[in-house]
Write a new protein. Structure first.
Length: 491
């Protein structure tokens, strides 16, 4: 039994931890009661909680974005629209923005290594980010100016088509329009929010669903900010590099790879590299394009590098880092499993949405691993075994072989003409030009769309539950932190 006037109670779950603290009885009694929308004349009210969360999430999304350079013909509205829909993508899943930034960091890191290996030791991460953002354009006598990335730039330098650009880090910083004051405000607000949240958990004060959602945003924002630390923001004017060699000559000397149809610019053969996420994304974008929702440039060649060029997470530890952060982000919402909700139904919906979101992430990695890694490896293994078994068996007669070949050709012809085969081909590749490098296995395409649907529904449900929770919260949700007691506890 606790001493007179003291009562044990369970605090709000905070990042998966159940803290059992000893507090005065009057605080425990306020936690037991509930209240609806609360004004804030002298303390913490409903609007204070919402405003703090909204401002923090805005700073973690809108102001944290480092966009690629716009095209020369883009208006301010085009740039504003681009930032808006990327912010919406971040709101739906901030781990997507982290993956985008992590891929760009991996590409920049590899670029620095490649430039240094070629003897260009002045190349830094800032240069690499600037190049991959569309900071350099190539001008040739027979073709319009096109943006080039870091890998294409190095190729052109090594083949002596252009000279090494004389661009210093100070030059890049001079083009950078990032608002240092805004970044300082963002860091200050995020740190204050985190400290306040930790203090509330330590003192057993209720933490709302919206505050927990904001904490999850901050987790992804830390990773995104780290990856984009050396990337400029809102740079508008690129450097133009002039070559005396024609584009036609560059493509001729590029060999067979340069003769294939290009996806963005004629220099795609140098740096284009598709992987499972870039293929998923292209598949989704093509669906949106068919219903006239367009995010990417439509004319060829492109006049800018897209914001959603998804670089492969090749750096050591990059993909595991993305996987762990995605799982941790989704798992955070499970920490409100047993906390207060206005009704039992809403509590059940929160549990379903949290489990569904975490399950969607797990299934995504499992489906992707099966379709792109495990299944091809098993297929190759069994094909190899079948080949050796066939070589060890008795040799077939010429007549038997001719019959088998005829049957196989007939079956293939029927299959090629079948309607089902046509539908499958369209599902695998929905690009306009039917680029074979954009094929997505059906074993990945269909399940991923189902998983994506459940993920979006789960995120939307959590957003709605965050808002409607304010109609009935424990009284301690509106109790301000006792900072004297908090620091005394730390001491």
């Amino acid at each position: 039994m606790p001493p007179f006037g003291v009562q044990e109670f369970r605090s709000a779950n905070f990042t998966g931890l159940n803290l059992t603290l000893t507090q005065p009885a009057h605080i425990a009694s306020t936690q037991a009661s509930t209240q609806g929308w609360t004004p804030s004349p002298n303390g913490r009210g409903s609007i204070d909680i919402i405003w703090s969360c909204v401002v923090t999430m805005f700073l973690c999304s809108w102001s944290a974005l480092c966009l690629q350079l716009p095209s020369r013909t883009d208006s301010q509205f085009d740039i504003l629209w681009r930032r808006s829909w990327l912010t919406a993508l971040c709101a739906l899943g901030p781990e997507f923005t982290f993956q985008l930034a992590l891929g760009q960091w991996c590409s920049a890191r590899q670029s620095v290594r490649d430039f240094h290996a070629s003897g260009i030791t002045s190349w830094t991460m800032k240069h690499a980010f600037h190049a991959d953002s569309g900071g350099f354009f190539l001008r040739t006598p027979d073709f319009r100016e096109i943006p080039i990335d870091a890998k294409q730039l190095l190729y052109l330098i090594n083949h002596q088509y252009i000279k090494d650009p004389e661009l210093t880090e100070n030059d890049i910083d001079g083009k950078n329009r990032v608002d240092v004051l805004l970044r300082l405000i963002s860091i200050g607000q995020i740190l204050w929010f985190c400290v306040t949240l930790i203090a509330r958990g330590a003192q057993g004060l209720f933490i709302t669903g919206m505050e927990l959602t904001t904490a999850a945003f901050i987790l992804c924002s830390f990773g995104t900010t780290f990856c984009w630390w050396n990337k400029g923001a809102d740079i508008a004017v690129p450097e133009t590099l002039t070559s005396e060699t024609t584009m036609a000559q560059i493509l001729i000397e590029g060999g067979d790879a340069a003769g294939k149809p290009y996806h963005r610019t004629p220099l795609d053969f140098i740096s284009r590299e598709e992987w499972h996420w870039s293929l998923y994304w292209t598949h989704w974008i093509n669906i949106l394009r068919r219903i006239h929702i367009i995010f990417a440039p439509t004319s060829l060649p492109h006049d800018r590098i897209e914001n959603t060029v998804w670089h492969d997470l090749k750096a050591r530890g990059a993909f595991p880092a993305f996987m762990m952060l995605s799982l941790l982000y989704s798992a955070i919402f499970l920490s409100l499993w047993n906390d207060h909700f206005p009704t039992k139904t809403e509590q059940l919906l929160w549990r379903i949405a949290s489990l569904s979101m975490l399950g969607s992430i797990v299934l995504y990695f499992m489906i992707t691993g099966y379709a792109w890694v495990w299944y091809p490896a098993l297929q190759k293994y069994f094909q190899t075994r079948a080949y050796f078994r066939k070589s060890e068996s008795e040799t077939k007669t010429a007549l038997e072989e001719q019959v088998e070949i005829a049957v196989e050709r007939s079956a293939q012809g029927l299959k090629a003409r079948s309607r089902l085969s046509d539908i499958a081909a369209r599902l695998r590749n929905n690009s306009i030009l039917k680029d074979p490098s954009l094929d997505v296995p059906l074993k990945a395409t269909l399940p991923i769309y189902v998983v994506g649907f459940f993920y979006c529904c789960s995120r939307t449900a959590i957003w709605i539950l965050d808002i409607i929770q304010f109609r009935s919260l424990p009284s301690s949700a509106y109790t301000t932190v006792n900072w004297g007691g908090f620091f005394a506890h730390l001491g």
